[in-house]
Design a protein around this ligand. Sequence first.
Ligand SMILES: Cc1cc2nc3c(=O)[nH]c(=O)nc-3n(C[C@H](O)[C@H](O)[C@H](O)COP(=O)(O)O)c2cc1C
Length: 284
Amino acid sequence: MWDIHERYQKTKKPSSKEEYLKLGDAEFKASFRAFFYDTFLNEVFLNGGRDESLSGEAALLLSLWRERGISETDHDCAFAKSLLAAVKDEHADCPFESDHLKPYIKELPAVGPEEKEAVLRVIHERRSVRAFHDKDIPDELLARILAAGLHAAHSRNLQSIKFILVNEKHEPWVFRGIDIPPGHHHIAVLQDDRCYQGSDEKSVMERIFDAGAATECMLLALHAYGVDGAWLTFNDGEQFPRLREKFALPDYMRIVDLIELGWGCQTPFPPQRPEVAERVIVRV
Ligand SMILES: Cc1cc2nc3c(=O)[nH]c(=O)nc-3n(C[C@H](O)[C@H](O)[C@H](O)COP(=O)(O)O)c2cc1C
């Protein structure tokens, strides 16, 4: 059971200053991200930002950001300012050579051979673990696991993902209604549906992918750190309403799925996987 709120399916991308001003701050910021990280950045990559209607829209969105009084030190606003300044930079042959974008262009070292193997080991050896010791995962480690979820790919970089993080000791039995005994910690993966307003990205499919990508990245991160967990979608229909009431979730915040996690006390049988050759149905 998935607690989607249909009214967030029905909005349209704003097409004028007045329509942008009608959005709440959360909707506006998501719409700003969709424009700068997707529409405008792609235009700058493909065309150097020469499309004047798009650079006009960029300037409008930045002025609306100021008009709304949102902090200009926000990282999305800082990036947007730098991108537009780079497009207008007469000293640079192309925007990506502009000093304005230098802080964002980092020379990353190539992934070394051992690191490559480690990444593939984490992918291949991760298992769903469904029984846990009564022992806390340190906060620092939990923060790293959540950060992995926030680094997942996300449609138009709308950044809709939020979390409820609960220690079973502090809220015993609140997560009941799943098909396994409660984990020592619970992560509920939430989605702020306001992020999909003010964007053309309204399909349920995109939303599920966004939450699924975040969930899988967290499962891989927790396995890399030696922690165990399982991805859960089953619930008895009473669990989501109970969580919603208990944690006073506003109606735009949707619960999508759960990760039950902790220090595992079970060595799961590894569900077998097919061979690649069996599964490639077209190869040309
Ligand atoms: C979308 C999705 C939903 C899942 N829901 C549940 C669930 O409700 N309960 C559960 O015990 N496992 C659930 N799982 C875990 C799968 O059963 C598990 O990934 C699968 O059996 C393969 O095992 P492995 O994760 O150890 O590779 C879910 C996995 C996914 C991807």
